[in-house]
Design a protein around this ligand. Sequence first.
Ligand code: B12
Ligand code: SF4
Ligand code: SF4
Length: 221
Amino acid sequence: MNGTLRKELLGSGAAVVGVAWVKDALHQEIAHLERAVSIGVDKNLNEDTVTLLLGLQKKAVNILRQGRYRYLCIPPDSDRIRNTFVSKLYPLFTHKMAATSAGLGWIGKNGLLINPDFGPRLSLATILTDAPLQAGMPIEHSLCGDCGMCMEFCPSDAITGEEWSRREPFGELIQMDRCASHKKKIKALHGKPNCGLCITICPYGRKIYKDDPEKSFVKTG
Ligand code: B12
Ligand code: SF4
Ligand code: SF4
């Protein structure tokens, strides 16, 4: 089933697809759905991207339904679905956890999933399921190394420089209040709360570094 699912999702706009064993990290209420299908698209998180991710989730669900497996879609953006059962799961379940557990990347100093090919540019969605999909190898450590470009350029000084590891996954990488208030300021000026400099600046996934690996001071594996 992994093959069918991957082929369908990659053929419909997903940049990466992974499967994770997440039972141990799930709240009791949902732990019967022990695997997570993690989907990433190479697009900024905006309404169109959310629509694309919801469409990909639907495609995956069609395949899971055919096999009569159970599933629960975790939508990409909680802001749009407040006060629903799923929105209550956010403190208990994060897309990034599914992605690192599926081996799609690590959490960078910028607090985002860093994929070796796409860097932090992926927007994520997840489907929990009891389908017997083969899970990937979890990523254990950050590969940011000596790089600190996101920290240096963050306009709100929100990035602490702490390194992520699977053993200590909830350290304070970002001072979110700083990031959020900067985004509010941008919204007041430009109508939308977009910053994302910590995405643009990251050498992982930047075209210039891909085209000329000699320019890169971090190995893009
Ligand atoms: C609320 C929210 C925000 C708030 C942050 C508030 C806060 N206190 O976190 C604000 C508005 C500030 C924000 C900003 C941004 N956000 Co936001 N946000 C979310 C949202 C809706 C919930 C995040 C959350 O609160 N999670 C709970 C905390 C506890 O977990 P977490 O920090 O997300 O993840 C931790 C765990 O996953 C853990 N972990 C990792 N692996 C493992 C493995 C195991 C076993 C365990 C136990 C844990 C674990 O490590 C992570 C870091 O500590 C998610 C969508 C979602 N539901 O996941 C998007 C999301 C995290 N945001 C995203 C994005 C893109 C952004 C922005 C770039 C938007 C922009 N253009 O400005 C900025 C980036 C800021 C930054 N550098 O992090 C993307 C990240 C994609 C990626 N590649 O990582 C997400 C996943 C949305 C999506 N569907 O793609 N965001
Ligand atoms: S989104 Fe902007 S303010 Fe927030 S952490 Fe990234 S660079 Fe800093
Ligand atoms: S800019 Fe550098 S330190 Fe920041 S997330 Fe990317 S590789 Fe890691």
